[in-house]
Design a protein around this ligand. Structure first.
Ligand SMILES: Nc1ncnc2c1ncn2[C@@H]1O[C@H](COP(=O)(O)OP(=O)(O)O)[C@@H](O)[C@H]1O
Ligand SMILES: [Mg+2]
Length: 393
């Protein structure tokens, strides 16, 4: 069905001004939307009015891209046009006070900072390498000096603790400004960066995990988002449980800016199963940022390639959902061995073909797919500080 003006505003709520830490609708930065009358196929053109705190805001490019990709999630949207405007100084102070208000209001919702890029690693079924991809990508990103959260959302099938070689219990500590203690993630240094890791595996033994089966999956994930003192993070990678839509829906509700990365094997049959994950994403209006093909050709010591699990599945899936294929990770014993040893193969950037691909994918995420939010932008906050300083003079 063609989207209404309200539907578009709803989608725009997923667009965050990273600097002001709230969505552009709440902030009043998107004062108007016009939806054209539907064409014969139900398609519409959408025009969005956006007012920036200052005209030359360097975050403009990012906000533009976010608006376009979010609105394009609606299947009936054909074109998106943005009319840019600049706030008056009165509007600017109003937006600042709204930002402060909303920061207080939303404080209880999640502990994930607004400036954190969220990537959920999903697939249609288990065993395709989601967890291996999650820990290796996280390691590759962190090795560039970034802080990367890893949330193991596979609540009762957790494997992140083993893959990263961590078994420390999580502790809850009292935090300032909250009446409830918060869980402190396990921290793992990676080069000049670090991982902040949370998993039910740090709360229960592998055997006791079975008892958690009765627990609502979504509730557990919500709790991790709400009750963990994540602190500053450039990225949060979420290792999704296999084949369930519940957690995706929960994420869409709590963190609508989540991007999905879908992992599939090269088998063309696997592609159909993986496409379901993409479908689900669409229904909950999450953006699919790309596809990763895992367990691609195995290359033996003699240089001969063996496509043990077929060929073409990753590209076919990427084409089907219209997103880039981010990389093909070869089937390589070192990936499994690294997991068993608790040292991801990507810990060593030259650790063989799979490690090289993990680092290349991480680079592509940083450069193009979901660049870390640059907080050094058009500081409305700075402007306010400067204005306040002048007021005093
Ligand atoms: N590229 C790869 N090469 C070799 N083994 C792999 C590769 N990716 C994953 N594996 C192995 O496949 C199994 C399933 O991977 P895992 O990451 O646990 O999948 P999922 O989280 O999707 O269930 C594990 O034993 C893992 O070591
Ligand atoms: Mg897994």
């Amino acid at each position: 069905m063609s989207p209404t003006r309200d539907d578009i505003f709803e989608l725009l709520r997923a667009v965050i001004d990273p600097e002001l830490g709230s969505d552009i609708v709440t902030l009043g930065m998107a004062p108007d939307v016009v939806v054209s009358p539907p064409d014969s196929t139900g398609g519409v053109d959408v025009t969005v009015w956006v007012k920036l705190t200052i005209g030359g805001c360097p975050l403009r490019g990012q906000i533009k891209k976010d608006i376009e990709t979010r609105i394009a999630l609606h299947p009936d949207v054909r074109n998106v046009r943005i009319e840019w405007g600049e706030m008056t100084s009165d509007e600017r102070s109003e937006v600042m006070s709204k930002a402060r208000w909303s920061a207080r209001e939303n404080a209880a919702d999640t502990e994930v900072p607004q400036s954190t890029r969220i990537l959920a690693i999903a697939s249609g079924k288990g065993g395709v390498g989601k967890s291996s991809v999650t820990v290796n990508l996280a390691t590759a990103l962190a090795s560039q000096g970034l802080t990367v959260g890893v949330l193991d959302a596979d609540i009762w099938g957790f494997s992140v603790p083993r893959l990263l070689g961590i078994s420390d219990r999580l502790e809850a500590v009292p935090v300032e400004g909250s009446d409830k203690p918060k869980i402190v993630p396990n921290v793992l240094k990676v080069g000049s960066g670090q991982l902040k890791v949370v998993s039910t595996g740090f709360l229960v033994d592998e055997d006791t995990a079975l008892m958690w089966r009765g627990l609502m999956l979504t509730k557990a994930v919500e709790q991790f988002l709400r009750d963990v003192a994540w602190g500053e993070m450039d990225y949060l990678l979420i290792d999704m449980p296999p084949g369930t839509g519940d957690v995706q829906m929960g994420l869409a509700r709590m963190l609508p800016r989540t991007d999905l990365i879908i992992v599939t094997t090269p088998a063309l049959a696997a592609q159909k199963v993986a496409a379901r994950a993409a479908d689900m994403a669409k229904r909950s209006f999450l953006r699919v940022a790309g596809v990763i093909e895992n367990m691609s050709s195995f290359t033996c010591d003699h240089g001969e390639s063996y496509p043990l699990f077929g060929v073409g599945g990753g590209q076919a899936l990427a084409d089907e959902i219209g997103v880039p294929l981010l990389g093909q990770i070869p089937l390589e014993p070192s990936v499994g061995a690294g997991g068993d040893a608790g040292v991801p193969v990507a810990s060593n950037p030259d650790g063989g073909p799979a490690a090289v691909v993990f680092h290349a994918i991480a680079q592509r995420i940083i450069d193009e797919i979901a660049p870390p939010v640059n907080m050094a932008g058009c500081s409305a906050r700075m402007l306010a500080a400067v204005a306040a300083a002048f007021d005093k003079v």
